[in-house]
Design a binder for this molecule. Sequence first.
Ligand code: PMT
Length: 222
Amino acid sequence: MSAMLAGKRVVVSAGPTYEDIDPVRFIGNRSSGKMGFALATAAAARGAEVVLVAGPVQLPAPTGVLRIDVRSAAQMRTAVLAALPADLYIGAAAVADYAPRSIAKGKMKKTGATLTLELVRTPDILAEVAADPRRPAMVVGFAAETDDVEHYARGKLEKKKLDLIAANRVGVPGSGFECDDNALSVYWHGGSRELGPLPKTQLAEALLDLVIARMQAASAPG
Ligand code: PMT
């Protein structure tokens, strides 16, 4: 039987963020939201009170979940921080790392052969949640990597002060964004586990089982 989350508050981020350039153009990362929505669905089915902060995606709201739609990284940050305190945060969103310094009010005209945009770093929502005084007992990040997966994922685990990180390889068929299946290499201090490949709905259940086992291990006396 699946481990339960009754009485727990879970905040999940999902999907991309869109950083507007002007009223018709934006930059963003690739994400359908399927992985994050599967996690929110699975957590709600286990009895958790779930807040799902979703970037622009074409997915129906999971039953029994409070869904908050956002567009930009700044909006996602505001919604995620407003959803704290929580027992568990899962950052499955593909947050854009950079946003245009300013958004043009009107549609920018094509005046030259090249265009230079000045981009500024977006807030690191995951690191902020992990550093927040209301820090959830368990902060789970995702890492989308094309190569050297363990090295980069463990680097994010340390730098962002996470409890656990789920790394998926992107840029290969059948895994990562915009498909129904995925495979995860999950790392925490002193351990790791391979999950999948599986449909994202089943992978979400397997990841939650692991997360709950880690939560129980962390709260066990001694
Ligand atoms: O949505 P799907 O199509 O189902 O695809 C799922 C997925 C591949 C998008 C998902 O499984 C995934 O890997 N999400 C994280 C993608 C990502 O942005 O990875 P990253 O390595 O750039 O970021 C690391 C972590 O920091 C992530 O938890 C991310 O949510 C978080 N982050 C990143 C930047 C930022 N400004 N704020 C953040 O919170």
